[in-house]
Design a protein around this ligand. Sequence first.
Ligand code: FAD
Length: 407
Amino acid sequence: MTNAVTQEVLITGGGLAGGALALALAQAGLRVTLIDREVPAVHADPGFDGRSYALALGSKRLLANIGLWQAVAENAQPINGIKVSDGRAGEGPLSPFHLAFDAAEIEEGPMGYLLEDRFLRQAMLSALAESGVTHLTGQTVVAQEAEGSRIWVSLESGDSHDAALLIGCDGRQSGTAKRAGIGRTGWGYGQTAVVCAVSHEADHGGIAHQFFMPSGPLAILPLPGRRSSIVWSETDARAAELMALDDADFLDALRPAFGSFLGDISLAGMRFSYSLGLTLADSFVAPRLALAGDAAHGVHPIAGQGLNAGLRDVAALADVLETARMRGEDIGSALVLARYQQWRRFDTATLAVATDSFNRLFSNDNPLLRGLRDLGLGAVNALPGVRRAFIREAAGLTGDLPRLMRS
Ligand SMILES: Cc1cc2nc3c(=O)[nH]c(=O)nc-3n(C[C@H](O)[C@H](O)[C@H](O)COP(=O)(O)OP(=O)(O)OC[C@H]3O[C@@H](n4cnc5c(N)ncnc54)[C@H](O)[C@@H]3O)c2cc1C
């Protein structure tokens, strides 16, 4: 092995989870190396990722605590309410059965924020450059080996690095998990999300709409100004057709599903598509190794919770490692890693089951199921206590909150 470099923590994968974790750990005083196979110019390109994230209030607090929120705040749209409704193409999101959540029902203010990937990604790259984190870009991890009190990672370039702990934040196909022999449970949904931003005539008032169509959900999420981000989940075949249409034909296809409640719509940028599936790592830890973000759990975007769950891993892991270090414990020991796994695995398995069941329950036109779910929506809407519980859950304010997610 050549060019060995010693650190306390190595992170494979400098996406949003890996980047946030590197910043959080560096802030806690750990020596961190973050490795990503892309170069920053790829991540910083506005055409890299068309997603806008619905970030729960808990995630916003984490981003503020690691010094990122200040740089993105002016481009973030507060979510003042969420409307969930059932329907068929052509009915628009004004179906008589709906569920409405209003941020005024909780005292913390907006339940979350919409933020475009390009702003968050740019802020993260700038913060990393000033953080003291060793950020290796354009470098692919190809091998790893735990040995005694260290774990070694080899790069395609021939370089190697070692640390007390390796954290895999390398996404749904996590090579870190595979190389450690961690299996996965999951399946594809046969659905693809078509994502784009649209401009519209009327103000959205900060309201996010989730509109359940038989072939998959359509989310209309408020962005700053008279713009919204669309996440339109369709069957793979239909999504491929939609992606192949020119802009005018695409808008003609979108209009009946979107409805007219925001006036006429036009495209505000490129279209992107993401194949949808569920993947859950059978374990979040292995000797000298932990998984976080999509490497640990990739869920359907139906509830906009994937990155939020990843950021909760980040906050929990930072909490566990910082405490262990203060106590003089070995941060890569099985005992310390078990605390992280115990904190996060049950929560994320529950999220995976919930998003999977939701998608199955709503992505069909079975009249019996339609009747039941409309009854369910109406019942939850009629119960203020249950509604408030849902709002607190969506805002990421429930459960055992890690320090970085507290106000
Ligand atoms: C359509 C859609 C909408 C969504 N909307 C929301 C939302 O509103 N709210 C929300 O919370 N979540 C949402 N999500 C989920 C969210 O996008 C993901 O959970 C999140 O982006 C995952 O980030 P990550 O950093 O864990 O993984 P990734 O973004 O996959 O990052 C993995 C990184 O690892 C690097 N890497 C991989 N292998 C190697 C290697 N061998 N060596 C070096 N580097 C490597 C890659 O280059 C990459 O940078 C949505 C998802 C989709 C598909």
